[in-house]
Design a protein around this ligand. Structure first.
Ligand SMILES: Cc1cc2nc3c(=O)[nH]c(=O)nc-3n(C[C@H](O)[C@H](O)[C@H](O)COP(=O)(O)O)c2cc1C
Length: 185
């Protein structure tokens, strides 16, 4: 084994699907890119998300308690990076990147029409925001965009390096202890 610096941990564990976070601060919608997230609970579905106070999105999420997590396909890789390299304080990112908006059911933040999945969320617990910038979100509605041809998720390995989903293994028949969680998307 080659010992590596523990500060590189994110390069190993960050690689869940990269997501984009849409918010609406009451004036206009905004969008950012986020790699630091994790599932916390099945039911109700809770998601932990780290969003820094340096992000324009932080105040919108904190003040409105609402956002949308949009999962892009691999075809949107460049947009994902560009969205995460400019701020809604300076630009209207929906306009700059020509992002299509779709109407949400339960929150004010728009769905991203070009993404594979959109998850409408409300802030469930903000007690760890001050210490860790960690929001616990609850998914209140979810959408699948079945028209998109590119189905591969993008995984961020830190610092702008990505992989797209490769071969998928179906080992559901071995998940004997967890059958109650087996649902199709
Ligand atoms: C690949 C990638 C992953 C990112 N992950 C996060 C993250 O997990 N949390 C975060 O606060 N910012 C993250 N960022 C940075 C924000 O997306 C970036 O600061 C963005 O410009 C914020 O936009 P806003 O100021 O309009 O909210 C990431 C950026 C990129 C490119």
């Amino acid at each position: 084994m080659r010992r590596i610096d523990a500060s590189r941990t994110y390069r190993i564990l960050e690689s869940g699907p990269i997501v984009m976070v849409s918010t609406h601060d009451g004036v206009r919608p905004n969008i950012m890119t986020m790699g630091f997230h994790m599932m916390v609970q099945h039911a109700p579905p809770l998601i932990g998300c780290v969003i820094g106070p340096w992000d324009h999105s932080f105040a919108a999420l904190h003040n409105t308690g609402q956002c949308v997590l949009a999962v892009p396909g691999a075809d949107l890789a460049r947009t994902v990076v560009d969205v995460g390299n400019c701020s809604g304080t300076e630009v209207d990112k929906f306009e700059r990147f020509g992002l299509a908006m779709s109407r949400p059911a339960k929150v004010k933040a728009p769905l991203l029409g070009d993404c594979l999945y959109n998850i409408e969320c409300v802030v469930h617990d903000d007690t760890m925001v001050e210490k860790y910038q960690l929001f616990i979100l609850k998914a209140v509605a979810a959408w699948s965009n079945d028209a998109r041809k590119e189905r591969r998720f993008l995984h961020h390995h830190g610092d702008g390096t990505f992989t797209a989903d490769g071969e998928r293994f179906d080992l559901r028949d071995r998940m004997t202890l967890w059958r109650q969680f087996q649902v199709d998307l």
